[in-house]
Design a protein around this ligand. Structure first.
Ligand code: NOJ
Ligand code: MG
Length: 543
């Protein structure tokens, strides 16, 4: 069968690479595109000895002063010289395509770097032709910003410009001025950027802050509310998720659809998951995938994760498709966060089994597959603007961005030079090379999960049904496509748990163990009474 049901972005596994942290080929301490090329065998060499990812998502690689990990672009049409150049990027693209690996680029459409020539021009005078490319306004009165909107990070979202005596708007940090998407020239310029990369052959985009493109034209004040941090003291009715931003996502979809096989996944930054789902449109006319932060924020609890999944399953548009991740470059790594109560390794295996067998596209963050921990970065070594400014609360995001732990050698095999962020000290006993040789390692568990998924259409695109009547601490579900029926049982607690596949789900069939954290793969099992070992993940196939 061909067509939408089998689209690569639905059935495949996406591997997110923080380019600066993956592999450094030229000993300057910073990861680069050549470093990725050198490690494509690790990502997918076409055999189950490799991870088997179907696509890589690269954090921003456009030219940038790198004040925010590249999310501050100074030229959308060129490659950051610290990562490589256009030739190397094309080489990477070809090498990936030669292996059937898709390449997804991170696109920052909401704001540019303040060093982008557009902004340099825009701030140069009030009558510069690019003035209106950004959101400039007069203050309410001298020294007072146009309204009380706050930036995601801190303080007023308005920055005063002494020379031209107006304020510009920045939803994130002051060096990331928001583009004015109401200006048709801006829209045309950004759509050209998208076409440029599609023409070059990239397979998709990860769209940064896609629900932030537009702000209320009247700059209406947000209602106040209670919350943890100043950004949460306002209900963001007017500075995010405006209807025009969804329209822009739809326009971007129309452009992407002109190129067969391409996709867009979007970061909808919100605390209301309804918002994130809205960016899927009817499931065919807006984003292909929308990030579901709720899942990534759950505690180590079977019922909690089940609740999160059921919510999404219940709220997607009929043609919509879920997407799950537990880690990324902004979040604390789950090996540490979910492993806090002990049994981190066993929990990581259960979490991996869940992420890779649910109905939805899984995104794995580099290093997750070897259980890289959340690193403690000394304050003076920090790079993240949030960490630098606010440490210790929050600690910042650098702890999830430390160099990939390839081996026990110098700098964990990441670089011959001094790494831009310190390597986590765990690399000596926790690294790719060691886990590669150990059949029971987390890495080999990820590989088996991914390759099994690749062989089973039910796991890739089958439907999902949670099993009822499961004991506390167990999350179990069935995935089904055609004749193929797979049951997944996840024991979140460190005690034995017994359960049965309900009679009407058994289909009179015998079940065989496809994957298990506790051995016996290939053995047949009596589905009327299954005993799960503490923290066991079990994947069964009806035969
Ligand atoms: C979301 C990105 O994931 C984050 O890393 C970045 O700092 C902000 N958007 C601003 O672009
Ligand atoms: Mg905006």
């Amino acid at each position: 069968m061909t067509g939408r049901g089998n689209a690569w972005w639905k059935k495949g596994v996406i591997y997110q690479i923080s380019v600066a942290s993956f592999s450094d080929s030229d000993a300057d301490g910073l990861g680069d595109l050549r470093g990725i090329i050198n490690n494509l065998d690790y990502i997918n060499d076409g055999t189950p000895h490799s991870l088997g990812a179907d696509a890589i998502w690269l954090t921003p690689i456009n030219a940038s002063p790198m004040l925010d990990f590249g999310y501050d672009v100074s030229d959308y049409l060129s490659i950051n010289p610290r990562f490589g150049n256009m030739e190397v990027f094309e080489e990477l693209l070809d090498a990936c395509h030669g292996r059937g690996i898709k390449v997804i680029m991170d696109m920052v459409l909401n704001h540019t770097s303040s060093e982008h020539p557009w902004f340099v021009e825009s701030r140069s005078s009030r009558d510069n032709p690019k003035r209106d490319w950004y959101v400039w306004r007069d203050g309410r009165s001298p020294g007072r910003p146009p309204n009380r909107w706050v930036a995601v990070v801190e303080g007023s979202a308005w920055q005063y410009d002494d020379d031209t005596r107006q304020f510009f708007y920045h939803a994130f940090l002051p060096f990331q001025p928001d583009l004015n998407w109401r200006n048709p020239e801006v829209r045309a310029a950004m759509f050209d950027v998208i076409r440029f990369w599609l023409d070059k052959g990239v397979d998709g985009f990860r769209l940064d802050l896609i629900n932030f493109l537009y702000e209320d034209v009247l700059l209406r004040e947000n209602p106040r509310r209670f919350g943890m941090r100043p950004y949460d003291w306002q209900e963001h009715l007017y500075d995010r998720s405006q209807p025009e931003s969804l329209e822009a996502a739809k326009e971007l979809r129309r452009i992407t659809d002109e190129y067969p096989g391409r996709m867009m996944m979007g970061e909808v930054y919100t605390d209301t998951p309804e918002d994130a789902v809205a960016y899927l449109g009817d499931g065919t006319d807006a984003l292909h995938l929308s990030f579901y932060l709720d899942f990534a924020q759950r505690k180590w609890n079977a019922g909690d994760f089940r609740e999160s999944v059921e919510w999404l399953e219940g709220h997607l548009p009929p043609a919509g498709w879920p997407c799950y991740y537990l880690n990324n470059h902004d979040l604390p790594r789950t090996y540490t966060r979910l492993g806090r109560g002990g049994d981190a390794e066993a929990r990581a295996k259960v979490a991996a089994a869940m992420t890779l067998t649910l109905r939805g596209t899984p995104i794995i963050y580099y290093g997750e597959e070897i259980g890289m921990p959340m690193s403690r970065i000394p304050r003076k070594m920090m790079d993240d603007p949030i960490g630098k400014k606010f440490w210790p609360i929050p600690v910042g995001r650098d702890g999830s961005r430390t160099p990939m732990q390839w081996s026990g050698e110098k700098n964990a095999g990441f670089s011959q030079g001094e790494p831009w962020l310190p390597v986590d000290s765990s690399y000596v006993e926790r690294n790719m090379a060691l886990q590669d040789r150990d059949p029971a390692s987390l890495l080999n568990w990820y590989r088996r999960l991914i390759w099994t998924r690749g062989k089973k259409p039910a796991l890739q695109c089958g439907n999902y049904r949670a099993l009822g009547g499961t004991p506390k601490g167990v999350y179990a579900y069935v995935r089904e496509r055609g004749e193929e029926r797979i049951a997944v049982m996840l024991n979140f607690v460190s005690r034995e748990r017994s359960l049965a596949v309900p009679r009407d789900e058994r289909g009179g069939s015998t079940w065989r163990i496809l994957l298990s954290t506790h051995g016996e793969e290939g053995a047949e099992i009596d589905a009327s009474l299954i005993t799960l070992q503490p923290l066991q993940a079990l994947v069964l196939e009806g035969i």
